[in-house]
Write a protein that binds this ligand. Structure first.
Ligand code: LCS
Length: 394
């Protein structure tokens, strides 16, 4: 890996993972190949034995994917990274690498809906138990430990409620109990928050969101801190098979070159829109980590460099008013996903979190009237004008 360790993140996003190549191309080539030739039988056997460096078969590794993985490992201050076919594939790779029948894990209540259902419906069938805790308070986490707890899994800010958990405090607690702390850092990107620096053991992302930033790739990534964990995860990923394609790795690597300037604009726009919504008479409440009214504002300031591009709120008039809003915006687009350059609006209870049963959803604070905006990089005045013209209909 090229040593760019001392540079700022703004410089790192441009250069991370870019190595000199055969033709000295400034943008490294896409190795769109499923397999790699061996010079002779001995070379092939050596590669399989791990006695020589090189590539065998793209599920096991590929130069385009490796270059991208190196970039993410550098940005998260990790040791190595593993690119996966989706954020869910990344989460599944972490769980299947670390837990066995009889093991227990603690998971934040406010996480992406399918993470809850992966634990409740799939992992449970393999004898793995999960306790869902409000990780914004340390007491509920403390009470949830069992002798068999192997992982504390935290999404912060949590999807969609933007509840914030104290990474350092929970990492310390996990380690006291002999467990590992895993952080889903999707909502922040490594520009705004670096969980490994705060004691977390593993960090993962849905690449589909801010890291790629252009809403044209589905992908995921896991970053680890040491060789042993890397080898374990690589073996599991190789066997379960959910790897990223070389072309998608190329696209996300291309996307992260503008990550720093995109995040700056996402954060700036989101702060302006959150303040606009908070002062609007048609709005019941707003949650944005950069508002002083956010219950964990102090933790947010401590562990995030800025406050991100996601806002949730509820209108006076609840579900009906939310529907009117979603059906009448023009510039904001009614779609799930997040973190792209374009602003999106959606309704978690009937969309992203509809796989959770209503009781679990309400316990996680996902009320029926809650609306989520992923703030893009458009001009903030124009986004506000779009929201204002719609709010006047209510
Ligand atoms: N982690 C977080 C925090 C997410 O928000 C998502 C997807 C995932 C993991 C899974 O990633 P994927 O497999 O989709 O790449 N969140 C979505 C959302 O809020 N709307 O649509 C997808």
């Amino acid at each position: 890996m090229k040593d760019i360790g001392n540079f700022s993140d703004e410089t790192k996003v441009v250069h991370a993972g870019i190595e000199d190549n055969e033709h000295l191309a400034v943008v490294p080539p896409i190795y769109q190949t499923s397999t790699f030739k061996f010079r002779d039988a001995e070379h092939g056997a050596n590669l399989f034995r791990g006695e020589e460096e090189g590539f065998i078969y793209t599920r096991m590794g590929n130069p385009t994917i490796k270059a991208f993985e190196n970039a993410i490992a550098i940005l998260e201050n990790g040791y190595r990274a593993l690119a996966c076919a989706s954020g869910m594939a990344a989460i599944h790779t972490v769980f299947t690498s670390l837990v066995s029948k009889g093991d227990h894990l603690i998971c934040s209540k406010a996480v992406y809906g399918p993470t809850v259902t992966l634990l409740n419906n799939v992992m449970r069938r393999y004898g793995v138990e999960a306790t869902f805790a409000d990780t914004s308070g340390i007491d509920e986490v403390k009470k949830s430990f069992r002798d068999s707890t192997k992982i504390v899994y935290v999404e912060t800010p949590g999807n969609p409620t933007l509840v914030i958990s104290d990474i350092r405090a929970i990492a310390d607690l996990a380690h006291e109990h002999g467990a590992l702390m895993v952080v889903d850092n999707t909502f922040m990107s490594p520009i705004l928050q670096k969980p490994l620096d705060m004691g977390a053991d593993i960090v993962l992302h849905s690449l589909t969101k801010f890291l790629n930033g252009h809403a044209d790739v589905v992908g995921g990534v896991v970053v680890v801190k040491d060789e042993e964990t890397y080898k374990n995860f690589r073996k599991t990923l190789n066997q379960i098979g959910g790897v990223l394609s070389p072309f998608d790795a190329f696209l996300v690597h291309r996307g992260i070159k503008t990550l720093s300037i995109r995040m700056e604009k996402h954060c700036k726009n989101a702060q302006i829109i959150a303040e606009f919504l908070e002062s609007h008479s048609k709005v019941e409440w707003v949650r944005y980590p950069g508002l002083k009214s956010h219950p964990q504002y102090e933790i947010a300031k401590k562990q995030m460099s800025e406050f991100g591009g996601m806002i949730v709120f509820e209108l006076r008039g609840g579900v009906k008013a939310g529907e009117t809003l979603m059906n009448n915006v023009h510039l904001l687009q009614l779609a799930v996903s997040l973190g792209g350059v374009e602003s999106l609006i959606q309704h978690p209870a009937s969309m992203t979190h509809s796989s959770m049963d209503k009781e679990t959803r309400l316990q996680a604070g996902i009320t029926d009237g809650l609306v989520r905006i992923s703030v893009g990089i458009e001009k903030s005045d124009e986004l506000i004008a779009d929201l204002e013209q719609t709010l006047q209909l209510l």
